[in-house]
Ligand binder design. Structure first.
Ligand code: ZN
Length: 1113
């Protein structure tokens, strides 16, 4: 049948070309038309493959070249050409070769007054022009002039012809040579006038396609610099801006609006950032650094970007593209283990960091706690050891502070009771909206008013009035003395008074200790002030805040407001009100503008420009010794009015997209709120969006990315009080001084008889700060030899965090981990008794201190330095790696290595691990790998966390090894140290789109909980392992049993399912004797034993299925 059809078609096509008989040509055209009018594209493509395009084009040329062309043939022929040409990618080229362009143009010219014939010619031209080369050829032959004759001002006649002509013209202008010709022949003002005319007359929007086609012509021309210049000269910005102003809300004009916005963005004159240099304000003399480049004089050439295609997507897809070509496909690189990166004898220095392996118990007892110099500062001894799992609202009551005995954590507060989905009470309040601590104006749709004003009378008014001055608190470095200056003494007294009057004790925080720690912290700019929130402390809000609902079209409105600066500059102030770069004081406090400040730890505001009365452009500092990585921000604002929406634009962001487009809000801390008893960072801001702006990077010689784009983060804030001091940040800040304070308090709060907690210095950083290393385990049961042996044989777990300073979420997760591990939660106790935790909570203290987003003081990403770190250049990485090497060299490599990070593009919490097989499968590079064996146990921990932790999801986990990640902690620890469970744990800056926290943004409480859940995951991982001791299994079982009364049935099942059948079966078959109660069975006695086993087995099946289901074929 197909063959018959084929030969039949070929005969038809041949006859069409050779026949001179009018009737048979018409018959064939009729037949072809019938053939193609039914059926699918496949038929057309089939005809193309059999030479259909050529046959039709030849017939066209032959027919058109006669003295009086026969339109009875030509019209059906053009219709066929238009249909076939649409599907034939080489159609333009074929038409060019067969000289069909000229004849069609000639026919069109002849038919300027005959609209039906003309329309048919235009259809053919439209398909010819789909090839840029053919389009250029048509341009040379005068097609554009012809089309402009056809495109008349507004009329209601022959609109189909006009529309098609405009579409052909737009297609022709995709060719740069045509665009250039169009500029030279002053088409830009003509097209603008035409569009204006159609726009003003077409009030019923009947001819939107014509208006759109005219705009498309302008858009293509505007890709050329000369085109943009012509557009600006013709007042294009003003014309299109006024057009769009009046029709933004008209849905039927959407096709027009989106192109207008693209043109406005494209033509907005590109300029460098309003900075003398993009190099960081701070530079630090470190070894081996290349001096930053001097700015050079710029020309417009620097901003030429002809290839740039600006799209006005109201960014709705947040899928992050995975790049397969980044996958490591070299099996040798994946599976070979490189040698040691340093002389072996060097490893011995780390013996001193593993005192738990060598010291006798007595020595430990007599020399307790940390090896760091202890602080003179006195502060309350915290006997109570709360956990991250404790109920929120972390104020201690008086009994707890005044030295009550450590109590067993109540079962219902223990971590187990908060396991995923086990307890609906965890999030009962959370979906109802922001809690009482969250200022009411955070909603996009409800900017609200100063809601807390009525509370003010409760507090001594004088303190609240002072909030503006209470901003950053002076904190002289240790060399300076308080008594040297009356001002500092007054400040100190003032602070004392404030603390006594207003501060409620906060768990694991102490302002005096913080001040002492901050004094020791060394910053490049020599900060002498502390930010109030870091000093005073933060309590998580009582409930999580929902994500912000994005208002439709908000990005367009913001972009148009930016364009308005150019077009209607009358209300533009453009006054620099804050700058790190200007030596003179800029802020005059008398004026009505906001005051800014950020010279404190982790602060990084560089410049603030008042744009309009209540709008400010802000620039954040680049990482020290770098010209880039602007994303993190943290600064203070004061001098605000009440109930006024202020708009802020951070105009030098660098990442191409952000969770700020998908429901994330920034964080705000109000000093007045803190003094009113609500010392809380809350999510705030509305009308938030993140988009590419008109600023471009200076091109600065070789190596620099030329024409790099910047992005604007814009948000509006209504401050909770007038004349307040408020702090705004990218995410909940967590400074180095906060960590040092926290570690000290942790160390002093542990029950030394039970908890072995040692804090020491891993190394000094380039900036002269100590990088802390923490060891946590349980004290040996006694000093008996077998107990000491058990103590020393505990497997290691190594956890690190905050190598990227902007990822403060990682520190909050780490805070949760640390607090949980020293807590009296029964799970924590089991963990301590079975593992030794080596924790480096902040791998990049210098970056954190100096307000960097990504880098160290050398301006380099420390998580790309693990392959060959240098002791002098990347000391924290060098020694972290050294410690891991040492553990490996004595046969004690960790069971799990995990580096905590923050993720700016995705939601939830998830792990990245390493798998050779999954990487090769993903890259479809599986040749010769069939006998490669790989233990799949790297998937177990994420599977467990998926079951346990509310914020965690397996679905975002990935186990691929990318070439670009070859020098990260995860990949190096996996390859060089052979730790198969080597992970990066990523926590979203935003929140969750699954599980119990779905639709909520993370608060610090949720992040801390994740840190604790990670620990629980480690315990379950051990319970599931074949090597798990009978004793641990029994104790874990007892724990579950003890919780029985408080755990609901569903939760019991969740936990039950977490326990690997292997261990349970082993227990059932070998170790379990009828005398021992079998606790797991106990909790589900309602069900017959058989069914339990069946469930467990089917769980194992699922596990495997999911695993193998991931193999792509
Ligand atoms: Zn990171």
């Amino acid at each position: 049948m197909a063959e018959q059809e084929a030969s039949g078609l070929q005969v038809l096509l041949q006859t069409l070309q050779s026949s001179l008989d009018r009737e048979s040509i018409l018959a064939i055209l009729q037949l072809l038309g019938d053939l193609l009018s039914v059926g699918t594209d496949r038929r057309i493509r089939y005809m193309i493959s059999k030479g259909g395009s050529e046959a039709l084009l030849r017939t066209l040329v032959d027919t058109a070249r006669t003295a009086s062309p026969d339109y009875v043939i030509l019209l059906p022929l053009f219709r066929l050409l238009a249909k076939v040409g649409l599907r034939d990618k080489k159609f333009g080229q074929k038409a060019l070769e067969l000289e069909a362009l000229d004849v069609t143009l000639i026919l069109a010219r002849k038919n300027l007054c005959h609209s039906q014939n003309l329309l048919h010619c235009l259809w053919a031209l439209r398909v010819f022009a789909s090839s840029v080369t053919t389009g250029a050829m048509l341009g040379i032959n005068g097609a554009m002039e012809l089309l402009l004759k056809v495109i008349t001002p507004y009329t209601q006649k022959h609109t189909q012809v006009i529309r098609t002509a405009a579409e052909v013209l737009a297609a022709l202008l995709k060719s740069k040579s045509n665009s250039r010709r169009a500029v030279n022949r002053s088409y830009v003002p003509r097209l603008l006038r035409l569009h204006q005319d159609w726009h003003s007359h077409d009030t019923a929007h009947s001819f939107v396609p014509i208006r759109r086609a005219l705009l498309l012509c302008l858009k293509h021309i505007a890709k050329l610099r000369s085109g943009r210049e012509a557009f600006l000269a013709a007042q294009g910005m003003e014309i299109l801006f006024s057009i769009i102003q009046n029709c933004l809300d008209d849905q039927s004009l959407e096709p027009v609006i989106s192109i207008v916005l693209q043109i406005l963005r494209q033509c907005y004159p590109k300029s460098p950032l309003p900075l003398l240099t993009t190099s960081s304000t701070y530079s630090f003399p470190v070894p081996g650094i290349v001096t930053s480049e001097a700015p050079r004089v710029l020309t417009e050439e620097d901003y030429e970007d002809d290839s740039e295609e600006e799209e006005d997507k109201d960014s709705d897809s947040e899928d992050v593209k995975e790049e397969d070509d980044d996958l490591e496909t070299d099996v040798n690189k994946l599976s070979s283990k490189p040698g040691l990166d340093r002389p072996e004898e060097e490893l011995m220095q780390y013996k001193a960091m593993c005192l738990e392996l060598s010291c006798s118990f007595e020595e430990l007892e007599s020399k307790p706690g940390d090896d760091l110099n202890s602080d003179e500062t006195e502060y309350a001894n915290h006997h109570h050891i709360p956990t991250a799992a404790s109920p929120k609202g972390l104020f201690l009551n008086k009994d707890q502070i005044s030295g009550g005995q450590e109590k067993e954590v109540l079962v219902q507060n223990s971590l187990l009771s908060r396991v995923k989905m086990g307890r609906s009470s965890i999030h009962l309040t959370s979906k109802r909206g922001p809690g009482m601590n969250s200022y009411r104006n955070v909603h996009s749709n409800d900017p609200g008013i100063d809601s807390s004003g009525s509370d003010v009378s409760d507090i001594q008014a004088s303190f609240l009035e002072d909030a503006g001055d209470m901003d950053a608190i002076s904190c002289p470095r240790i060399s300076a003395s308080f008594s040297n200056s009356t001002k500092t003494r007054e400040t100190a007294e003032f602070i004392d008074q404030l603390l006594q009057t207003h501060l409620k004790p906060m768990v694991f925080h102490d302002p005096y200790l913080y001040m002492a720690k901050a004094r020791r912290t060394r910053s490049v700019a020599d900060f002498t002030m502390m930010a109030f929130p870091d000093f005073w402390g933060h309590c998580p809000p009582l409930s999580a805040q929902p994500m912000l609902q994005r208002k439709c079209g908000v990005q367009r409105i913001k972009i148009l407001e930016d364009v308005r600066r150019l077009i209607q500059p009358s209300d533009i102030i453009n006054k620099v009100v804050f700058s790190l770069d200007e030596p003179w004081p800029l802020q005059d406090t008398a004026s009505d503008c906001l005051q800014f400040f950020s010279a404190f730890e982790s602060g990084n505001l560089r410049k603030a420009i008042q744009v309009r009365e209540f709008e400010y452009d802000l620039l954040v500092n680049a990482d020290v010794n770098s010209t880039q990585h602007q994303q993190w921000f943290y600064f203070k604002v004061s001098g605000m009015r009440a109930a006024v929406p202020y708009r802020f634009n951070i105009i030098n962001c660098e990442k191409p997209n952000s969770q700020f487009n998908y429901g994330m809000q920034l964080t705000l801390y109000s000093v007045k709120e803190a003094l009113l008893g609500r010392p809380t960072w809350v999510r705030t801001g509305y009308d938030i969006c993140y988009y590419k702006n008109h600023y471009r990077q200076r091109t600065a010689g070789a190596g620099a990315a030329s024409g790099k784009c910047y992005y604007t983060l814009t948000f509006a804030v209504i401050f909770p009080h007038a004349e307040d001091a408020c702090y705004l940040a990218y995410h909940y800040p967590y400074t180095y001084s906060a960590l040092m304070t926290h570690l000290d308090i942790l160390g002093k709060s542990v029950n030394r008889k039970q908890v072995y907690f040692r804090q020491e210095v891993l190394c000094q950083t380039l900036g002269g700060n100590s990088c802390p290393l923490v060891t946590i385990t349980a004290m040996p049961e006694s000093d008996r030899a077998d107990h000491l042996e058990q103590f020393r044989q505990r497997p290691y777990q190594v956890i690190t965090a905050r190598v990227h300073p902007g990822e403060s979420n990682a520190s909050w997760v780490m805070k949760g981990t640390l607090e949980f591990l020293v807590s009296s939660d029964p799970v924590a106790r089991l963990l301590r008794e079975n593992f030794i935790f080596k924790i480096i909570p902040m791998l990049n203290p210098d970056g954190v201190i100096n307000g960097n987003h990504r880098c160290s003081l050398r301006g380099e990403d420390l998580n790309r330095q693990w392959l060959s770190p240098s002791a002098h250049l990347q000391p924290t990485i060098y020694h972290a790696k050294g410690l891991l090497h040492y553990l490996g060299s004595i046969g004690r490599r960790p069971t799990v290595f995990c580096d905590f990070h923050g993720h700016s593009q995705k939601k939830n919490v998830f792990l990245y691990g390493c798998s050779i097989k999954e990487t090769l499968w993903q890259a479809e590079a599986t040749v010769g790998t069939s006998n490669l064996s790989e233990d799949v146990s790297y998937r177990t921990l994420p599977k467990i966390l998926d079951k346990l932790a509310p914020a965690f999801t397996m679905s975002s986990c990935s186990f691929l090894v990318e070439k670009s990640r070859a020098s990260t902690a995860r990949v190096v620890v996996w390859r060089e140290m052979g730790v198969s469970r080597s992970y990066t744990m990523e926590s979203s800056y935003c929140g969750c789109n699954q599980g119990p926290y779905q639709g909520l943004q993370f608060g610090t409480g949720e992040l801390e909980e994740m840190g604790a859940m990670f620990c629980l995951g480690l315990l379950v991982l051990e319970l599931k392992s074949g090597s798990c001791s009978h004793q641990l299994l029994t104790r874990a079982a007892a724990l579950l049993n003890a919780e029985e009364e408080s755990l609901d049935f569903y939760l019991q099942r969740q936990l039950l399912i977490c326990l690997l059948p292997k261990s349970l079966m082993a227990l059932l078959h070998s170790k379990w004797t009828p005398k021992d109660p079998l606790p797991w069975v106990g909790v589900v006695t309602a069900e017959p034993r058989k069914e339990i086993n069946f469930r467990l087995l089917s769980f194992e099946m699922d596990f495997k299925e999911e695993y193998f289901g991931n193999w792509k074929t």
